[in-house]
Design a protein around this ligand. Sequence first.
Ligand SMILES: [Fe+2]
Length: 237
Amino acid sequence: MGSTNGDVLPADPLDGHIRQGVTATLSIGHNDPMSDTLHYSDTQAEIHKLVVGPYENNVFVLRCRQTGESVLLDAANEHEKLLELCRALDVRTVLETHGHWDHIQAVPAVRDAGYQVGVTAADAAMLPSYDYLLEDETVIRVGRLSLHTICTPGHTPGSICFRIEGSPVVFSGDTLFPGGPGATTFEGGDFDSIIESIDRRLFAALAPDTIVMPGHGDDTSIGAESPNLDEWVNRGW
Ligand SMILES: [Fe+2]
């Protein structure tokens, strides 16, 4: 563990104002600047999306509609915007999909603000600091939501995806995009590994209607991408 500060989750900064479930959640939307970040919602979950930094990184906040508690995925950049989102949506922890530069620029700022940051062991050394390690096939509780970890090495050795139990959504980081896998040309990247990860851990394991929310750009779905795997293997990227 690389913890130097942020060991304790912050006291509830909203003092229970938005912790009363769906009704309260909807009511803050009227005058809250965060209301325009809403990207997806169903009966149990809400997902907010912000695009930040020079590489247009997607930052997602997954929120339990029952309790109002949230988790932020990728403290990528523009930390002031992310901290505003963290406070407004009662973020309890921050998860990193991988350790690449463009996905971690706001890590020091969110840790300084008291939010704990989790990353896989294989990518941990790419971060300036972090608080805890993420492992494969574990469940992260977000209010009453269960977020399952799926280690998908290839883009980086420690790339990880997250799927929501009971909602058809997977956060794919830079592992899977519309039209193919993430790049494997950076140091630590491996094309055979990313193909294996996508084939075995995403395409074989997730329903075709699962929405894929990647680390950059637009959503896609497992069903839209899985027929193209052989083409990606043949072209080599
Ligand atoms: Fe990346």
